[in-house]
Design a protein around this ligand. Structure first.
Ligand code: AVJ
Length: 336
């Protein structure tokens, strides 16, 4: 397994690029990132990976989403931890190597340090600079916890560096980010976590549950338009990464619950016909044509336990809120 360093921003020298008519569009992404994004934009049904929602501004917009009245997952999960934290901590046990996947501002993990008492904290996030900022501040608040920040993309697989303790790894994957994977991909990802968790390792994961579609739709299409800005910001990020000339004003946010597939879909929809160009490529979009930017799968409790079982995890305990909107699950590598 290899970690791709998607946040390693290599500047492609300008002589490798087609001459730009007006403003020069410079690609700042690595060759692999440019190839991945180009392939998605050129596909018949254009799509991009949701990981490109998270540049520094995107991470801040996501923080703002978590404050919205419509976006229930963050506060519902926090309420579960507030109510059942002691019970969860007793199930996990102290002294683990807490590997925080998609750590962002590290706030969720930090709020659990007093309860979980990890020996080492390993936040991982694709938004590297944002992460390093947060960890610098956190290390001052918790000087006794060893911290190893990893600014990388873990979505396609990873190998943890030798500085990360090998035993008792607790993969912490809150916020229902697992929802970004299709179920079969989620099983493969969970299998990799299990293989990397070490002796007595485990997983503490947050999972968003299926609920009334009005609640789901509002959570991903809020009245203030923060989620719209979050989605549209991906076009700014793509302009930066591949040197494209997306005109943000010509696109609009679309988000809705697809009940058949049990997922929220986010798309960017062209308001007018247009051609988007980037070095070596162009793509025409008809009016109303969409770029699929994110899926966020929703599960039943039993359905997700089924995924964990297929991934080879043993015992699992589940905590939910009174409304049954969200689940926090602790799954062990070994039965005990
Ligand atoms: C960070 C993937 C959990 O799917 O709810 C929020 C991202 N997208 N609003 C989610 C997101 C639009 C979020 N995750």
């Amino acid at each position: 397994m290899h970690m791709s360093r998607s946040s390693a921003i290599r500047v492609v020298s300008s002589d490798t690029m087609a001459p730009a008519p007006s403003a020069p569009h410079i690609a700042h992404g690595s060759a692999a990132v440019i190839a991945e994004i180009s392939a998605g934009l050129l596909a018949a049904d254009a799509q991009t990976s949701p990981k490109y929602l998270y540049d520094s501004l995107g991470s801040k917009l996501f923080e703002a989403i978590c404050e919205l009245p419509e976006y229930y997952p963050t506060r519902t999960e926090a309420a579960i931890f507030a109510q059942h934290g002691a019970d969860i901590a007793a199930d996990v046990g102290p002294g683990s190597v807490m590997v925080d996947l998609g750590a962002g501002n590290c706030a969720k993990a930090a709020s659990l340090f007093p309860l979980l008492q990890p020996a080492q904290y390993v936040p991982v996030d694709i938004s590297r600079d944002f992460l390093l900022d947060a960890v610098g501040r956190l290390q001052q608040r918790f000087p006794h916890i060893e911290m190893t920040a990893l600014g990388l993309d873990f979505s396609s697989g990873f190998e943890l560096p030798a500085s990360v303790g090998e035993r008792r790894r607790l993969f912490f994957y809150p916020g229902s980010s697992i929802g970004n994977f299709a179920p079969h991909e989620a099983i493969a990802f969970l299998r990799r976590l299990r293989a990397n968790a070490g002796a007595d390792g485990g997983l503490l994961i947050g999972v968003d549950l299926i609920k009334d579609s009005d609640v789901l739709d509002a959570a991903y299409d809020d009245g203030l338009g923060v989620t719209a800005a979050f989605n549209l910001n991906m076009l700014r990020h793509l302009n930066h990464l591949i040197g494209a000339d997306f005109d943000i004003g010509q696109w609009q946010h679309r988000a809705f619950f697809n009940a058949e597939a049990s997922r929220i879909e986010m798309h960017l929809e062209a308001r007018v016909p247009q051609t988007v160009r980037w070095p070596g490529h162009e793509r025409h979009f008809a009016r109303g044509e969409r770029i699929h930017t994110e899926d966020s799968y929703k599960y039943t409790e039993a359905g997700f336990i089924g995924l964990l079982e297929q991934a080879g995890f043993a015992a699992a305990r589940v905590w939910t809120d009174a409304g049954g909107w969200f689940a926090v699950i602790h799954a062990n590598v070994n039965a005990d």
